[in-house]
Design a protein. Structure first.
Length: 285
């Protein structure tokens, strides 16, 4: 199994981090989880031939997890040569695919004249409505609901041949059922949205656009809504410790955050390996 963190950012765009997307190479398959802003460019930067991706999963339908779906669906088909796609996800997944066919009907017809495969018409959706447990060819996938501001799922992937296991938390506040779900996983990639700002990471406003609210530690943003729907690094460390995972990866990183303090906070609760995600990071459990 190999896990590539293609995009590790948040809804607030910064040049060095795309929105959430993760590629899992499991058994003989290449699977995509979420498809946030910049995913197609991130897949290219990571050297992943993404026309091979014919299975994808959405944790939830917030913009920073799905905004590149149309771009991915087109480019993986046209020049990528993708022949089919099965899209798993919560309510909204079906409407997203319907919107592709509705808004882009003429564009699709035009491109079907140019490109030889049926990859754009062979898209199926599988709605995840509660818990999900599927045996695939050489691997299993399980899903459980987590607690965010909208319907959201965590996913667990298990490779039959090696026994390797990987859990992605989705976006969630800290809940006991996530600990149970992640038990004994080799790798837990965990939402860690709330963290202090590091002033040294704020770019010079003369050289680059700066999100001032975030540079000043969120300004007048409603912190309680953010903290009620996400984990911080201490939460992440406690989840990793209680689940007994091997490696914890902190992701969903907001702009200008203090990455060292994130790592320290997680390590204060958890003895295993702690990584702060960056776009393109690859982990092989
Ligand atoms: Zn979210």
């Amino acid at each position: 199994m190999e896990i590539t963190l293609v995009g590790t950012g948040s809804p607030i765009p910064i040049p060095e981090r795309g929105g959430t997307s993760i590629v899992v190479d499991v058994a003989d398959e290449r699977v995509l989880i979420d498809c946030g802003p910049k995913t197609v460019y991130g897949l290219m930067d990571a050297g992943i031939p993404f026309g091979e991706i014919e299975t994808m999963f959405f944790t939830h339908h917030h913009l920073d997890h799905n905004a590149s779906f149309f771009h991915f669906a087109f480019t993986s088909w046209t020049d990528g040569g993708r022949e089919s796609l099965t899209v798993y996800g919560p309510d909204g997944t079906d409407r997203l695919v319907d919107a592709l066919y509705d808004v882009y009907a003429e564009d699709i017809e035009y491109r079907q004249d140019i490109y030889p495969t049926d990859g754009i018409s062979n898209i199926e959706t599988e709605l995840v409505t509660d818990e999900l447990s599927r045996q695939m060819d050489g691997w299993d996938v399980d899903a459980v609901p987590v607690e965010h501001s909208i319907e959201t799922y965590a996913y667990r992937f298990t490779e039959h041949g090696t026994g390797s296991s990987f859990v992605f938390s989705g976006d969630t506040r800290k809940i006991p059922s996530l600990v149970e779900f992640a038990e004994g996983a080799d790798v837990l990639v965990q939402d860690c949205n709330t963290a202090p700002v590091d002033e040294d990471r704020v770019p010079d406003a003369d050289e680059q656009f700066v999100w001032q609210q975030h540079a000043e530690g969120e300004g007048d943003l409603n912190q309680s809504t953010l903290t009620a729907n996400h984990c911080d690094a201490t939460d992440a460390g406690e989840i990793a410790r209680d689940a007994g995972v091997e490696t914890l990866v902190l992701t969903h990183v907001m702009p200008y955050r203090d990455l060292e303090s994130m790592r320290r906070d997680a390590e204060s609760a958890f003895d295993g390996d702690v990584l702060v995600a960056e776009d393109g990071l690859t982990i092989s459990p």
